[in-house]
Write a protein that binds this ligand. Structure first.
Ligand code: SF4
Ligand code: SF4
Length: 191
């Protein structure tokens, strides 16, 4: 409660730690200070995670995956996600730590069978698949002979096919959906 008194502006509130009413005389009352994000563009590109229109990081699903990103293995909590009070920040931090622990506690991770794979003989290391991969699964790797080619981490790959459809060399395919298999299906349908 705020009251103007001869001695100044009196604010009365219940301190939830002391669990009793407290009175203070305030010079300035700030009901809510603005919380604005930093420029998260670089971080967003680095981890391939999205930000919303205000510049805060955007979760994979508001209700089903509230501390996850679409990119596996990256979690968030706190003000990175948006303005919230301390209790919510702590609860969200515990949730993010719990989600990370579920992955770290496993000795092995089962991957989806529909992962992309690279034919290194055809790959010209143009890097297009690395650019388009939304899951940060594709990278360019140089072997001990100095040959550079794309490589896919199947644990991160979502099998979306963006790399395969963007590769001009036809060097990268998704298991079960290779270019040859799709063309064979198209031919069967067109007959
Ligand atoms: S887009 Fe194709 S050719 Fe280019 S790096 Fe990826 S797999 Fe290799
Ligand atoms: S199939 Fe999708 S997720 Fe997998 S490497 Fe290609 S672009 Fe990335």
């Amino acid at each position: 409660m705020v009251q103007e008194t001869p001695a100044g502006t009196k604010v009365t509130f219940v301190d939830h730690v002391l669990n009793r009413p407290v009175e203070i005389y305030a010079d300035i009352i700030g009901l809510a200070s603005a919380v604005v994000p930093n420029d998260n563009t670089a971080l967003s590109k680095l981890f391939k995670v999205p930000v919303n229109a205000e510049g805060f990081f955007l979760e994979a699903h508001l209700k089903l995956r509230p501390v996850d990103f679409g990119t596996d293995g990256v979690f968030m909590c706190g003000l990175a996600h948006g303005p919230k009070n301390l209790e919510e920040n702590i609860a969200q931090a515990k949730a993010a730590a719990g989600r990370a622990a579920t992955a770290l506690a496993k000795e092995n991770i089962q991957t989806d069978g529909k992962a992309a794979f690279v034919n290194k003989r055809k790959c010209v290391a143009c890097g297009v698949c690395v650019e388009v991969c939304p899951a940060k699964a594709a990278t360019l790797v140089t072997d001990e002979r100095g040959n550079t080619a794309a490589d896919v981490n199947p644990a991160l790959c979502k099998g979306c096919g963006a790399c395969s459809s963007s590769c001009r060399s036809g060097a990268i395919n998704v298991k079960g959906c290779s270019n040859e298999q799709i063309m064979a299906m198209v031919q069967v349908v067109s007959w």
